[in-house]
Design a protein around this ligand. Structure first.
Ligand SMILES: Nc1nc2c(ncn2[C@@H]2O[C@H](COP(=O)(O)OP(=O)(O)OP(=O)(O)O)[C@@H](O)[C@H]2O)c(=O)[nH]1
Ligand SMILES: [Mg+2]
Ligand SMILES: [Zn+2]
Length: 303
């Protein structure tokens, strides 16, 4: 007799086991042997993958098939037998980047790098500017206010007072979100403000990650009570721009992308060439020098 296949979502992975959320509860699953056959250059199944499973015994099951991923956050892991593609998160709907207005000072070049990574993976990105209590809204807008103009919404928040947390909650609802940001900016505090205990749970997982146990670490999607999941993605920084060609990079700077067609030379590097439309825009003040600087540094392969 054939066992019935049921659909589910991988919400946790640890040491070759997967927790799959189905309509009838959670099953701890392993991968069917045939899925592992052949040569693999990356994770076969990952958190965020939609799968078909069969129930084996009480609470246990097998993953029979994996739906093709729409997109994935991938981290390259150099191994002796070649570079391995670790899937940090499959099928994310959006990236949410949390920075603090102060303590720690926002490192906007890092944010720009994150934005390129999100763009590269086809992910809409939203910025959360937290700790507005430390600088006041006006100064916060001075720092982050130009991002919406180039296509990245900003939520101004204070985990302490709860300001902006409803807006963040609305953003996360019903979606799979990859959350990232430097340490100490208030990611856990914001999640706790949205749902008590959520930040704490996320912290435990991300601490294990930061201890460097990248290959054995647990990855997890945290469910929101009213639908949707958040995944902490502490490895965001190491999500290399590996296969990004320098010429391709301007495509991930929304304010630069439309300019390059107007450069005098089609192979313009936007550095010293005459008739460069990008540099002209920087000089005219329509492109922010900081963003241009981020662009040049990323293009040069800097971190
Ligand atoms: N003044 C102020 N402090 C905040 C705010 N949000 C968080 N904090 C404080 O900032 C510190 C770091 O907050 P966390 O929530 O642990 O930061 P995190 O981003 O989760 O940090 P990691 O887990 O290390 O990545 C804590 O002492 C919080 O109390 C805020 O809106 N205003
Ligand atoms: Mg935290
Ligand atoms: Zn140019």
């Amino acid at each position: 007799m054939l066992t019935e296949e049921i659909s589910g979502l991988i919400i946790r992975s640890q040491s070759g086991f997967f927790a799959v959320q189905t309509a009838n509860g959670e099953l701890t699953c392993h991968l069917r042997g045939r899925l592992k056959q052949g040569k693999h250059v990356g994770d076969i199944a990952a958190v965020g993958d939609r799968v078909l499973v069969t129930r084996q015994s009480e609470g246990m099951g097998s993953i029979e098939s994996i739906e093709p991923r729409s997109k994935a956050l991938v981290r390259l892991d150099p191994r002796p037998q070649g570079v391995y593609q670790q899937v940090i998160l499959a099928n994310p709907d959006q990236a949410v980047f949390v920075f603090a207005c102060a303590r720690p000072e926002p490192h906007l070049r890092m944010l720009d790098r994150y934005l390129v990574i999100a763009g590269r993976q086809g992910l809409p990105a939203v910025i959360v500017a937290n700790k507005i209590d430390l600088v006041g809204r006006e100064q916060a807008v001075e720092k982050f206010g130009f991002y919406p103009e180039i296509g990245y919404p900003v939520i101004y928040a204070c985990a302490k007072s709860g300001e902006g947390t409803d807006e963040l909650h609305q953003l996360l609802k019903g979606k799979i979100s990859a959350l990232a940001g430097p340490s100490g900016v208030g990611k856990s505090s914001l999640l706790n403000a949205i749902q008590p205990g959520l930040g704490l749970a996320v912290n435990e997982i991300s601490e294990a990650f930061q201890k460097g146990r990248h290959t054995t670490t647990v990855r997890q999607l945290f469910p929101l009570k009213d639908g949707g999941y958040v995944a902490d993605t502490p490895g965001m920084r190491s999500l290399a721009l590996w296969d990004t060609e320098p010429e391709e990079l301007d495509g991930y700077f929304p304010e630069l992308a439309p300019l390059v067609a107007h450069c005098q030379f089609s192979d313009c590097n936007h550095k010293t060439e005459p008739g460069c439309a990008v540099r002209a825009a920087v000089e005219a003040g329509t492109v922010r020098p900081e963003r241009y600087d981020s662009y040049l540094r990323l293009r040069a392969g800097e971190e």
